[in-house]
Design a protein around this ligand. Sequence first.
Ligand SMILES: CC(C)(COP(=O)(O)OP(=O)(O)OC[C@H]1O[C@@H](n2cnc3c(N)ncnc32)[C@H](O)[C@@H]1OP(=O)(O)O)[C@@H](O)C(=O)NCCC(=O)NCCS
Length: 181
Amino acid sequence: MSGQPLENTGRKPDSPRPDNPAILYRQATDADIDAIAAMELVCFPEEPWSRDMVAAEFSGINPSRYYVAVDGGQICGYAGIWLIPPEGYITNVAVHPDRRRLGIGGKLLEKLMAGGLAEGVSEFTLEVRVSNDPAIALYRAYGFEEAGVRKRYYQDGEDALIMWAHAASEESPQPADTEQL
Ligand SMILES: CC(C)(COP(=O)(O)OP(=O)(O)OC[C@H]1O[C@@H](n2cnc3c(N)ncnc32)[C@H](O)[C@@H]1OP(=O)(O)O)[C@@H](O)C(=O)NCCC(=O)NCCS
């Protein structure tokens, strides 16, 4: 593991991007399973999760929490985490191709991390394809750093980069600072 402590769960860009008020963020429910499974096909055509795999995340088997971004009633992004304090394992972040570079992926990651911090998570980890430059750039922007490689992690033989972000406990948000999730 490596990495600098996160000062908070938000990115610190040079020029903060204003939130798009048309896009709503909320915790996902069973009713979102079909929409998330459909997004899997669009966002991960090489190795999408099946509907059953998505449904398993909502079955209570795993300590999962998912968020969705909703634009005009349509889900345009989602992200998930397994809450295993003090660790949070980020399972997925995905945004519809037509809605990328609008700050949605970053906002979803903020939701995951703020929710994790509120549950006692202080270290976040994930795997990402070594070729996935957009996702690696997103995670770096939120304080994740490379900590190793899992050889041939994906079915097609591609390696996974292991990334970690660490939040210093004294910097965890207090309840008054924690956004309504
Ligand atoms: C990775 C992904 C979720 C990013 O979502 P997004 O909504 O486009 O990301 P954001 O607009 O919030 O980007 C936030 C920051 O991440 C970085 N970033 C995101 N996409 C990038 C790209 N294509 N190239 C370079 N940097 C990028 C930038 O720093 C960006 O900030 P900026 O736009 O102010 O420069 C999206 O590309 C996606 O769904 N990809 C397919 C699914 C996937 O691979 N998910 C990751 C699995 S591990």
